[in-house]
Write a protein that binds this ligand. Structure first.
Ligand code: XIL
Length: 361
């Protein structure tokens, strides 16, 4: 009896949700773009997942299908099928696709680590082959790529501070080619496809902590240096993996976005989700309210500062890295509520916060 009543309520809520416009449509009505990271493999497996992406997004980004280990698992052996599944779905559903990501310090297959350590010449050749093959394949459908991801070193006081000196991440690419690997990748991408929007994407730059301030300084210095030397770069992606435990100050984010835009790049929010504090309240409504409050503060500030595109990293906590990634997942039995849908595909208060921010309310 009770279970039956619950079922009716759930079906009713789902029906209502499916009738009202999704975040993509709400954003578009205000000249904005909303989207989310998608996993191609789930689109054919989970009908709720696919329906929610169709209804809610106006752009998607493959969550892992365009990373190196998936695209080129062995030297010269490209596997474009996982990415192609996303691209085909996106074409069928008229969704633009962002690319993520050509150069990253992680998700590098063992052969790649060995190859780029051989010599700078080999490292450049391998980089060029990857960028060439991938951009040729996605040309026309992906207009926007995270060419370099997470290249700034995490300063002292960060969650994962870098012990090696330097403002750039001590990545295998830095070891192989020195700081020039960033501009090499950007130039290769521009040469291959002159119409691409070339983006530099990073995290740990959104909040009001001394470590984030130092990371912002490093990122701005890099962007200004690249642009001053004529290196092609069109946009900076703020990943937006927010943490409620860290203070947020709208004035600080506004100033940073303004500095980036004044330097000459567009600014996007590319991977928004919210990690709850480990001492979050037990009451679910109270937790949801905190997540919604932080989301609204961050997104409304970013939009007021000139951001036009916002993507969340997934749509539902059902499949989020927030639940599974060590160091990200909550340490107790609870799971982060940091996305616009819960595991039952119901809109969370974070959904409302995004809708309100897009509407400028
Ligand atoms: C994460 C994915 O969500 C995981 O499924 C995967 O195992 C590791 O990568 N910053 C990024 C994303 O730029 O590519 C990461 O995605 C999350 C952090």
């Amino acid at each position: 009896m009770l279970a039956g009543a619950g079922l009716v309520t759930f079906a009713g809520a789902g029906f209502v949700a499916s009738q009202s416009p999704g975040l993509g449509e709400l954003a578009r009505a205000n000249g904005l773009t909303f989207g989310a990271a998608v996993q191609g493999g789930l689109l054919g497996k989970d009908a709720d997942y696919a329906a929610t992406f169709v209804r809610e997004t106006a752009i998607v980004v493959p969550e892992y299908e365009a990373k190196w280990a998936t695209l080129q698992p062995a030297p010269g052996r490209f596997d474009l099928r996982p990415l192609d599944a996303v691209l085909r779905w996106a074409r069928a559903n008229s969704k633009p696709v962002r690319g993520h990501t050509l150069v990253w310090h992680t998700d590098m297959p063992p052969w790649l680590l060995a190859a780029i350590a051989e010599s700078p010449a080999r490292a450049r050749a391998v980089l060029g082959a990857q960028i060439g093959a991938v951009l040729d394949y996605t040309q026309g459908q992906i207009r926007d790529w995270d060419v370099v991801n997470e290249v700034i070193a995490d300063p002292a006081g960060s969650d994962t501070p870098q012990t090696e000196p330097g403002d750039l991440r001590a990545s295998p690419w830095l070891a192989a080619l020195g700081p020039s690997y960033i501009e090499t990748a950007l130039r290769m991408a521009r040469e291959r496809d002159p119409l691409l929007r070339l983006t530099l994407n990073d995290y740990g730059i959104e909040e009001d902590t001394p470590a984030a301030a130092e990371k912002r300084r490093r990122l701005l210095a890099l962007v200004r240096d690249l642009l001053s030397r004529g290196v092609p770069l069109d946009a900076v992606g703020l990943q937006g993996h927010l943490q409620i435990a860290k203070p947020f100050n709208p004035a600080v984010l506004t100033a940073f976005i303004k500095e980036l835009r004044d330097a000459g790049v567009a600014v996007l929010v590319t991977e928004l989700d919210v990690r709850e504090s480990w001492d979050a309240p037990q009451d679910l409504a109270a937790r949801d309210a905190l997540v919604a409050e932080r989301t609204y503060a961050f997104v409304s500030t970013a939009l007021a500062a000139g951001v036009r595109t916002v993507l969340t990293w997934g749509l539902s906590e059902k499949y989020s890295w927030l639940l599974t990634e060590p160091g990200v997942a909550m340490p107790d039995q609870r799971t982060h509520r940091g996305l616009p849908f819960n595991a039952e595909w119901r809109r969370t208060p974070m959904w409302d916060a995004l809708a309100r921010a897009f509407a400028g309310r």
